[in-house]
Design a protein around this ligand. Structure first.
Ligand code: C2E
Ligand code: CA
Ligand code: CA
Length: 667
């Protein structure tokens, strides 16, 4: 059942007027031709034609198209293609009407049987448009009104899953076909996903109603351009615009639109939900001590843990920095929100390994509930943020719900902050001085600077009211330096009058976070021509227990410059006595509360005094109000005291008068 050779099979065609040749697609050569074919190819003999390498100046698209034909012939032995084709024998264009079909070559490979007629005159316009249709990468298909394919150009053919695929099967999305058939427009333009041999791809499609030039029937002329790459780029851009590249979580842009949609959805069903604002308490520390790479790693891990906790209906986003936002709902039971928050607390505070170190961070959480606390994402976020600040202000590592009272309190603080700023600018802060007295001689041995706010309407405001706000806002840095300057000025003025008084100044732990602290204090003492040996800086135990190396370095630098250091409110903190010999401390100030409960506190005071003697420290008893109290502490061998019994904190001028009258008394 082997076929006779081509030349035998085809010899009958030699006599035909119509040109016929057989083309070997793989070799790009004509392997057989009748005489009319030789005419078209302008070849003297079949052997001469066989010698020609037609692949030599064949374009890529033509080569591809021929390959396509070959596979079409293999899969469908009756496949037949008609086209107007221009060949270039010896470089001269010759246009023919061609019909191609498959033919098995002598060695069994699939070749192409070509019939060509050179009849008729081709308008240049028609010729060129026919060529364009063949070569264009735009996929063009003509379908009947019911969607049966009538014609595909090579580009369309190369992408079609099968040659007889109908129009409705071509669209990936069935609704597109509906849209087309219901439209009254002559031309419809859309971008849709379609089925191709490469799977689902995105095409920019123009569908045009027109009449078939052959049958006169209604047809669809569909032209398509592959926009998958564009679509992917667009999707990527969209993703990037709405996601945080570090953690892959949705970002703030995404939240404002998508969280709002979700909230609307939940509320439309008459249900409620919660917006949970999460801020990490120690993120800055990690960043500062372990570096940004570790900070990033921490954020990624926290994001992962949060994603793990939430259910399918919840969503989590990163707002930026160390802030995360969680949307939970619908919520059927308020306990669910509390459970979720406990889970967040647990998950976030589990130790994280960063560069071989176990690091723990805790979250501060604020919650707002919709629709009770608002219906719009922005106000809900603001409210949850406010609640989060409340958590931060009250010990961190916990959660708080938004409430109106909370909002009022924060607003009050914000007003206070702006008022304090004005107060600093307009010099409304005054420094009072309270005498420190030598118990044995009853002479004034020093003064403690205590700041007050001379408010234009509210009168004199004690520091307990505004120092915490100054610490929270950072204003304490400026205020602390102001009081320090007043103190140095007082020390020098009194020295000029012949009173060599120690002047103590309170330093807030917050001030030790300022890298300029030491330089600034030294600059002030030099500007004011003060004597550091007579300036005592009062710090609290918490400063020493912070284990912060830079704080310790600052303390040493201050001592090296001649300042004295005292520990204020001694006994109220951790009272870890081990640090007493480790740090350059000169003085302990026994907290007022011990003096005021002398009966129960006697053993503690005794212990403090004997320990101070051991470490050669001065001891000052604070808050002495009665003669009884004074007599008791004198018995403990405590050298100095401060308190209302001797004098309250008073203004500089009054203090100077007090000094002078005491001097006269002594004289
Ligand atoms: P502190 O450093 O413990 O100051 C002693 C406080 O006890 C002062 O309160 C003083 O007026 C009060 N006091 C003195 N003797 C008696 C007494 O016999 N009985 C009673 N009940 N109280 C007495 P003040 O002036 O209201 O200051 C409160 C706190 O504010 C200070 O406590 C200090 O921690 C802080 N502070 C004051 N001025 C400054 C400052 O310039 N900088 C910083 N960082 N803190 C300051
Ligand atoms: Ca003090
Ligand atoms: Ca004190």
């Amino acid at each position: 059942d082997t076929l006779p050779p081509l030349s035998e099979r085809l010899s009958v065609f030699h006599r035909l007027q119509q040109a016929i040749w057989v083309y070997d697609i793989d070799e790009a050569r004509v392997v057989w031709s009748n005489n009319s074919g030789l005419d078209i190819w302008q070849a003297d003999s079949l052997d001469a034609l066989r010698e020609r390498d037609l692949g030599a100046d064949m374009t890529e698209t033509v080569a591809k198209r021929l390959c396509q034909y070959q596979s079409d012939f293999i899969s469908d032995e009756s496949a037949e293609f008609r086209e107007i084709w221009t060949v270039y024998p010896n470089g001269e264009p010759t246009t023919v009407n061609a019909i191609y079909s498959g033919i098995v070559l002598d060695d069994g490979r699939m070749g192409m049987f070509c019939e060509a007629r050179k009849d008729g005159q081709f308008e240049p316009e028609a010729l060129r448009s026919a060529e364009a249709l063949l070569h264009t990468s735009v996929m063009i298909t003509l379908y009947t009104a019911s969607g049966e394919p009538l014609y595909r150009n090579p580009a369309a053919r190369s992408m079609a899953r099968s040659l007889d695929e109908t129009l409705d099967n071509h669209f990936h999305d069935a609704s597109v076909m509906q849209l087309l058939s219901h439209s009254t427009d002559d031309e419809i333009n859309l971008v849709s996903s379609v089925n191709t041999i490469h799977g689902e791809t995105w095409h920019d499609i123009t569908a045009r109603r027109c009449l078939d030039a052959v049958s006169g029937e209604q047809t669809w002329l569909i032209s398509e351009v592959d926009v998958s790459r564009l679509k992917a780029t667009e999707a990527r851009a969209q993703f990037l615009a709405e996601h945080d590249t570090l953690t892959g979580l949705p970002n703030r842009n995404h939240v404002t639109v998508n969280f709002q949609n979700r909230i609307d959805q939940i509320m439309a069903h008459g249900q409620s939900g919660a917006l949970i604002f999460i801020d990490l308490d120690q993120f800055k520390d990690v960043n500062d001590t372990l570096g940004h790479a570790s900070g990033d790693q921490l954020l990624v891990e926290v994001a992962r843990r949060l994603t793990e906790i939430i259910t399918e209906q919840d969503a989590v986003a990163r707002l930026g920095g160390d802030e995360f936002l969680l949307l939970s709902g619908p919520i059927t039971n308020p306990m669910l929100v509390q459970n979720l928050c406990s889970q967040i607390l647990d998950a976030v505070s589990r130790p994280i390994n960063l560069q071989g170190r176990e690091v723990s961070v805790t979250p501060s959480i604020g919650i707002s509930v919709f629709p009770d606390d608002g219906r719009k994402i922005l106000s809900l976020m603001r409210h949850a943020d406010l609640a989060m600040y409340h958590t931060k202000a009250t010990g961190k590592n916990g959660y708080a719900y938004f409430s109106q009272e909370l909002s009022d309190a924060v607003e009050h603080r914000i007003n206070l902050d702006s008022e304090l700023l004005v107060a600093l600018k307009e010099s409304q802060f005054v420094t009072y001085f309270q005498p420190r007295v030598d118990i044995r001689t009853n002479q004034i041995s020093g003064a403690e600077a205590l700041v007050r706010w001379q408010h234009p309407e509210k009168g004199l405001i004690p520091p307990g009211v505004f120092i915490p706000a100054c610490e929270a806002s950072g204003l304490i840095g400026e205020l602390g330096k102001l009081v320090f300057r007043h103190s140095v000025q007082a020390q020098r003025e009194w020295a000029c009058l012949g009173f060599d008084l120690k002047v103590s100044v309170n330093l807030s732990p917050i001030q030790f976070g300022d890298e300029q602290l030491v330089e600034d204090l030294i600059a002030i003492i030099e500007e004011e021509d003060g004597n550091p040996a007579l300036i005592e800086l009062e710090i609290t135990e918490s400063v020493l227990l912070g284990h912060d190396q830079s704080t310790i370095e600052k303390l040493h630098a201050l001592v090296d410059h001649g300042f004295r250091i005292a520990i204020d409110d001694f006994g109220t903190g951790y009272s870890n006595l081990a640090y007493l010999h480790r740090y350059p401390i000169r003085c302990l100030k026994i907290d007022r509360s011990f003096i005021q409960q002398l009966d129960s506190a006697q053993p503690i005071i005794e212990l403090i005094v004997s320990m101070a003697r051991l470490f050669k420290l001065d001891v000052v008893a604070e808050g002495v109000e009665t003669q009884d109290q004074l007599d008791t502490i004198r018995a403990f061998d405590c050298q100095e005291y401060q308190g209302y019994l001797f004098e309250r904190p008073i203004m500089f001028g009054d203090f100077t008068i007090l000094l002078e009258s005491h001097q006269q008394l002594a004289a």
